[in-house]
Every structure is written in structure tokens, then in C-alpha cells.
Design a protein around this ligand. Sequence first.
Ligand code: SAM
Length: 200
Amino acid sequence: MSQFEEEYEDLVGPTKKELFSQFIPADARSLSILDVGAGTLPNAKYFQDMAVTAVDPNQEMWPYARASAARHGVRSLTLVNGVAESLPFADGSFDRAVCTLVLCSVADVGAAVRELHRVLRPGGKLLFLEHVVAGQERPLLRLSQTLLNPLQRALADGCNLIRDPLKSIRSERFQLEEERYFFIPALGLIGPHVSGIAVR
Ligand SMILES: C[S@@+](CC[C@H](N)C(=O)[O-])C[C@H]1O[C@@H](n2cnc3c(N)ncnc32)[C@H](O)[C@@H]1O
């Protein structure tokens, strides 16, 4: 993990810990887990003893993902080259899907959310945590995000500052079990976040 990733994980740690404990109860280690846009697999710390399938189009992340899985006692890790908009799995393949800091970068948020819905079994759950466009209560930040979005996209691998994927999650027939907007001042332009759990 880069220094930024480590600092970021520290900042969102309490929120993630709370969400994951609701999402994967301690006695539910046999659930099948899909982590989409898994990157270096910072979420491995929540997958102890579990079988995890991790999808990412950037294979340079894979050695780090394997190391993270080993460090955190993931039972088995299957790495798959793919994108969220076209997941290479049959309908209803997973009990749980995880998407953290990914929907800012995908080419088509609607297609990605539809695919997440499709590969979950009925009653399966999606955990999401994403940075989003600032709300009306932070007009200056929202303006800065809008003006700097082209630069951010160019410098940060297509990452967008001005999205809000909750709208797509709502419109994709998911039921929201948990949803929360929150702000992390130390993160500046990517301070506004949304997180939650959606049920298929
Ligand atoms: C900011 S990292 C997030 C990694 C990890 N999920 C986390 O919480 O830190 C974004 C990841 O999404 C991946 N990615 C980019 N476009 C994608 C797409 N269309 N589908 C799936 N993953 C994608 C990138 O390769 C990168 O590993």
C-alpha cells in the first residue's frame, strides 16, 4: 500500500469497521465474497478465514493483493482480470459484493451497479464506500471539484470528483439497508463520502 492508501485507510477505518461488522457477521465466514476493483486488497483485514474473489483490470496490483490476503489470513483468494461493467460471473454467484473507491473511476456507473446486482444472489448484499461530489452545504468545495475534475481525471487514472453513485444504486432495484453521507476534512477534494449496504 502507498503512504496515501495507508493514511486513507486510517481515516475511513472506523466507518469501514462498523459497516463490515454489520455486512459480514462473525459467524458467517462461509459466505462467498466478491471485491470489485480490489486494488491492493486493503479490505483483506475484513475477510479473515473467508474465500474471496477479487476483480481488477490492473494486474500490477495483484502481488500486493496476494500479500495483503496472506497477511490478514484470507482463506483463499481468486484474482480475476475484469471490469465492474462486465463481470465474468454467472447470475447470483455471490453472497456479498464489495465496492470501495471504485465507482469514481469506472467508465459507466450504471452498468457497474447493474452488474453488481446481477452477480449477487437474491438477498445478497453490496457494501459500498465511495468519495462523492460535495452536497449543497459545501458550495465552494463543490465548485472546486467541478473545476478540477478534468485535471483529476487526467492525473488520477480517470477518477471523477463529481459523482454520486448512490443514485445509481437506488435506481438499480437495490433496497438500502444502510446509507450515510459523511465528510473527512483532511481529504480535501475527496472529503465527501457516501457509504452503505444495499440488498438485492
Ligand atoms: C482507488 S483504487 C481502490 C482499491 C480498493 N478497492 C480500495 O478500497 O482501496 C481503484 C481500483 O479500481 C480499479 N478499477 C479501475 N477501473 C475499474 C473498472 N472499470 N472496474 C473494476 N475496477 C476498476 C483500479 O485498477 C484500482 O485498483
